[in-house]
Design a protein around this ligand. Structure first.
Ligand SMILES: [Zn+2]
Ligand SMILES: [Zn+2]
Length: 137
């Protein structure tokens, strides 16, 4: 499936060809901290199928596997864009939040559930509003 992505300010855009069956949610503590959100959704893309325009900033972290992971984000607006192994950037994990077609990309698996927010596993139970108004309880 062809997708395209864009950071919030528009300085960085990309096009990619991905397999929607590989969309996942990650509940690891690094994703929680770095994304500023309770969990993050990703989809992998082969470097050959990833066309990036603009120059993201990068931050290198050591993953639990010991690999040095390069996290790419917009240096202007801070939008998280993707990650990849620092020494072998043959696959990138695109952050679903910056993908325009994200509503069509239902995750197929959840990883690192042992560090998931317990409430994040059942969002449907939390009162809902279509916008910023206080939802009925
Ligand atoms: Zn930006
Ligand atoms: Zn993670």
């Amino acid at each position: 499936m062809k997708i395209d992505g864009c950071c919030h300010c528009g300085r960085i855009t990309y096009e990619a060809e991905i397999n929607p069956d590989y969309v996942i949610i990650c509940h690891c503590t690094d994703c929680q901290t770095v994304s500023g959100a309770p969990y993050r959704a990703n989809v992998p893309v082969l470097a050959a199928n990833f066309k990036l325009r603009g120059e993201p900033k990068t931050y290198v972290k050591i993953a639990s596997s010991g690999n040095e992971m390069m996290l790419a984000f917009c240096g202007n607006c801070g939008t998280s864009l993707y990650s990849g192994k620092k020494d072998d950037p043959s696959v990138f994990n695109l952050r679903l939040g910056a993908v325009k077609q994200r509503a069509e990309l239902t995750p197929k698996a959840q990883y690192w559930c042992r560090s998931a927010m317990p409430w994040a596993m059942d969002l449907a139970r939390i009162p809902q509003s279509p916008d910023q108004r206080t939802p009925p309880r």
